[in-house]
Design a protein around this ligand. Structure first.
Ligand code: FAD
Length: 336
């Protein structure tokens, strides 16, 4: 099986039995006036990988270079240098220990940098800070209300604090050990294997906006990583079948109601593709109602053309609700 270079050997990839898929298409679903971004990403799966409608795609993202550069710069390190980490399989289980690893690779693929600083991280910074006024300021952050208001609500990270408190001399390896492991992110698969076996698509709302910290722009790790992939790029991922039995009923004649605002439409697009394939095979389909909501149909009615087409083919009855149509009350309608 193929793997994305650099990610293949990570403990995260091994835990999830990750494989490599190739980006076939990646395009914007929102109208340019919407001010937001939702990407439709089609992936070619390697041979032998199967999924069913309603499954999730787990994605192993990589931290962007803006973020890893901040760490390298704060610790005055060179991303091209190699380090050899030692540690046990407990606290360091998510880190590549016992072999030389390039710093850039280590920072891109193994740890989260954007989680709010924990109390134990702040305590560690206190221990390694020599300047008494800064020690006091850091200690104050541990007080219940201050911690909530200044750290949790603003999502201030340990990296933000290190950049503010330059007198803190925490060693790099200690900093690294304090960071949580990089997490896989899940996306509902928005296609049906009956439509195109060997391919899967996802529908990704890109997390981007003014940072709650007041410090520039906040960019979600996985959604931006995915949004920036181009045709031919490799993505490390895995298929996850939810335990909730979120699937089309086995008896095709059973009626179904689907409710999916925004990117919640994703699995239902797969369901509708499946219904089309089943209908073409001569199966009798029960009725299907889809309730979809968005802000304004001119901006963010995802897959509008496809859904209207599916309704014309008798595959689904659409019900829509719009929350931000200028001059109109919030309303819901049936499109017929
Ligand atoms: C089962 C499942 C299915 C899912 N399906 C889909 C799907 O089909 N499509 C989809 O788009 N998503 C889906 N998600 C969500 C998806 O997994 C990710 O959580 C989402 O894409 C954000 O990940 P990220 O790495 O981009 O952001 P992260 O790096 O994880 O950042 C998100 C965090 O940043 C915080 N944050 C947001 N804005 C700001 C800001 N301005 N300043 C500071 N902090 C901020 C948020 O509160 C959140 O805690 C699904 C999740 C699950 C569990």
């Amino acid at each position: 099986m193929n793997f994305v270079s650099d990610v293949s050997g990570t403990p995260l990839a091994r835990t999830h039995h990750a494989f490599t898929s190739i980006v076939k298409r990646n395009f914007e679903l929102q109208h340019e006036d919407s001010g937001r971004s939702t990407r439709h990403i089609e992936l070619t799966l390697p041979e032998g990988i199967h999924y069913q409608e309603g499954d999730h795609l787990g994605v192993l993202p990589q931290n962007p270079s803006e973020l890893t550069e901040r760490v390298l710069s704060r610790f005055n390190l060179n991303g091209q240098d190699y380090v050899n980490l030692t540690g046990d399989s407990g606290s360091a289980a998510h880190l590549p220990t016992g072999k030389p690893v390039k710093l850039e690779e280590l920072l891109s693929n193994h740890v989260e940098f954007q989680e709010p600083a924990t109390r134990s991280q702040i305590r560690a910074l206190v221990t390694h800070t020599v300047c008494p006024p800064h020690v006091k300021e850091l200690e104050d952050l541990l007080l219940d209300n201050t911690y909530k208001q200044e750290i949790l609500n603003k999502r201030i990270t340990i990296l933000d604090l290190l950049e503010k408190y330059l007198a803190c001399e925490i060693p790099f390896e200690r900093f690294l050990a304090l960071l949580p492991p990089l997490k896989a992110r899940y996306y509902s698969i928005s296609s049906s294997p009956l439509h195109n076996e060997g391919e899967a698509s996802i529908t990704v709302s890109v997390v981007r906006g003014e940072a709650l910290s007041g410090n520039g722009e906040y960019k979600g790790i996985a959604s931006n990583y995915l949004a920036e992939r181009s045709q031919g790029d490799k993505i490390a991922c895995f298929i996850n079948t939810p335990q909730s039995n979120f699937q089309l009923p086995k008896q095709t004649g059973k009626p179904i109601i689907m409710i999916g605002p925004g990117t919640g439409i994703a699995p239902f697009r797969g369901f509708i593709q499946s219904r089309r394939a089943l209908k073409e095979k001569g199966e009798t389909l029960g009725t299907a109602h889809l309730y979809f909501g968005c802000r304004n149909p001119e901006h963010d009615f995802l897959y509008q053309e496809e859904l209207v087409q599916a309704e014309q083919e008798g595959l689904v009855t659409l019900h829509t609700a719009y929350s931000r149509c200028p001059g109109q009350e919030k309303h819901m309608s049936r499109t017929d």
